[in-house]
Design a binder for this molecule. Structure first.
Ligand code: HEM
Ligand code: HEM
Length: 189
């Protein structure tokens, strides 16, 4: 995959229905896989008792979560610049519309989850850091803001799981039933 990507695509080659751009592919897997990892850790944290193990894991959750925001913002900018993913033309229009909505919700999730996480911590009166590099210093507690951010961070969970399952099932359906290039072009082939 890597040699295929580096030989035939570069960041300025736009996506076509045959081949997706290097930036689209790299940013999809970078945000996608790290998002899934941070999400699973979040769910584990929610079940853990307070203590050193939870604090340790929370540090990773917050730091990697905040880093995802940087890539997610760049990714949204890239998507706006490049426009919609070129259609393969193998699905009826209603399915394409659902897929497009699913992509929009997932993209939004990669912004909303880290933003609400950071706001929840900061408004809770805690400092926010990325692996020790303080990005927001400890301040006053703002209860109403912490409440809103916390509600967002927690109540988005089930929606994200449902949409993510739809996304993956859709991708598998394209590969197994339609036998089209949906998955392979996202792998740079
Ligand atoms: C780990 C399992 C995943 C698989 C197998 C997968 C697969 C795919 C495939 C095949 C496409 C191309 C769809 C098309 O051509 O119409 C795609 C696009 C997309 N995926 Fe995923 N994906 C996964 C995880 C994620 C996650 C976790 C997110 C975000 C939280 C995500 C967000 C998106 C978005 C926004 C697009 C639209 C294209 C873009 O703007 O990059 N995916 N995915
Ligand atoms: C892509 C980024 C992120 C994702 C996908 C994510 C996901 C999650 C999930 C799924 C939970 C469990 C919620 C529940 O079961 O109700 C959680 C909890 C939490 N997250 Fe995040 N999160 C992200 C970023 C952040 C950031 C940047 C911070 C703070 C700087 C943060 C702070 C927290 C806190 C404090 C909890 C509560 C843990 C507990 O209940 O004790 N998250 N997160």
């Amino acid at each position: 995959m890597s040699s295929d990507l580096s030989m035939s695509s570069n960041s300025s080659t736009p996506s076509t229905s045959e081949k997706l751009s290097f930036m689209t592919i790299v940013m999809h897997w970078l945000t996608g896989l790290s998002f899934v990892g941070v999400f699973i850790v979040g769910m584990i944290l929610a079940e853990m008792e307070r203590g050193p193990d939870k604090s340790f894991l929370m540090g990773y959750h917050k730091s990697i979560g905040a880093l995802i925001l940087i890539v997610a913002v760049l990714r949204v900018a890239w998507r706006l610049k490049e426009g919609k993913l070129p259609s393969l033309g193998t699905s009826p229009e209603w399915q394409e519309k659902i897929a497009h909505a699913v992509h929009g919700i997932l993209m939004l999730a990669t912004l909303i989850m880290p933003i609400s996480g950071v706001v929840m911590s900061a408004a809770g009166g805690r400092a926010v850091d990325i692996f020790g590099w303080e990005i927001i210093s400890k301040g006053d507690k703002i209860e109403w803001l912490q409440e809103i951010a916390s509600t967002m961070h927690h109540s988005a969970v089930n929606i994200i799981i449902a949409v993510f399952v739809l996304h993956v099932v859709g991708a598998i359906k394209h590969h197994v039933i339609d036998k089209d290039k949906t998955i392979t072009r996202m792998l740079g082939k």
